[in-house]
Ligand binder design. Structure first.
Ligand SMILES: Cc1cc2nc3c(=O)[nH]c(=O)nc-3n(C[C@H](O)[C@H](O)[C@H](O)COP(=O)(O)O)c2cc1C
Length: 194
């Protein structure tokens, strides 16, 4: 597959930056899954758990693909793989909850990435919102999303959604994000700026 880089320069000497970029992309060998995974291991991702309701019960999975997209209107996006056990529920859902995890919630991230049958087994750890979606207790920040638009993209589906409600606790408990980096759950530390 050739990825075309559009030439924005009107120069005609054949040596524009855009032409260099086009040549580099066209001549590069195919990206292997190993290269892709190795590079993305160095790309830290904030960890969320996405939950939704389905006719057969609550569904949810851990994700690092959730990102802000638009302030006005308020939009966000995430990806789900086509082979995910959550894909059927997500394809039919009209809303979902996106929980932003803290560094003391790695156990939740691990639970929602493993055996799907165990994800909601602890009945004391979640409840149903009046709007019908499962919400995980003790999660200080969560988004309720609706108006889901699904765009097939390679082996995944890109989901763009409107943020319709925000739960954002301002308690005294310090909250640090949970990130996934180099194949591990990690906390972040501030940098002392000189
Ligand atoms: C840190 C982390 C981030 C993940 N991010 C995503 C993601 O963005 N999208 C996705 O579909 N699966 C993601 N997964 C995988 C899912 O959480 C889940 O393990 C996978 O879909 C298999 O679930 P299944 O057994 O329900 O099919 C991630 C897993 C981990 C551990």
């Amino acid at each position: 597959m050739t990825i075309h880089v559009s030439a924005h320069s009107s120069a005609t000497d054949g040596e524009t930056p855009a032409r260099h970029a086009e040549a580099a992309v066209e001549s590069s060998p195919a990206v292997t899954p190993e290269q892709y995974r190795k590079a993305f291991r160095r790309h830290p991702g904030a960890v969320v758990v996405i939950t939704l309701s389905s006719p057969s019960g609550p569904v949810g999975f851990t994700a690092t693909s959730f990102v802000s997209l638009s302030l006005d209107p308020p939009l966000a996006s995430f990806n789900i793989t086509q082979v995910s056990s959550s894909i059927a529920a997500l394809s039919a859902a009209s809303s979902a909850i996106v929980h932003v995890l803290s560094d003391d919630q790695a156990h939740l991230a691990a639970r929602f990435a493993r055996d799907a049958a165990q994800r909601f087994a602890d009945l004391s750890s979640w409840s149903l919102l009046p709007t019908g979606e499962p919400v995980l207790h003790d999660t200080r920040t969560w988004f309720r999303i609706g108006d889901l638009v699904r765009i097939p993209a390679g082996d995944s589906v890109l989901v763009i959604a409107r943020i319709v409600a925000i739960h954002c606790e301002t308690d005294a408990r310090p909250s640090r994000p949970l990130v996934y980096y180099e194949g591990r759950f990690q906390a972040v530390a501030p940098i002392d700026e000189a």
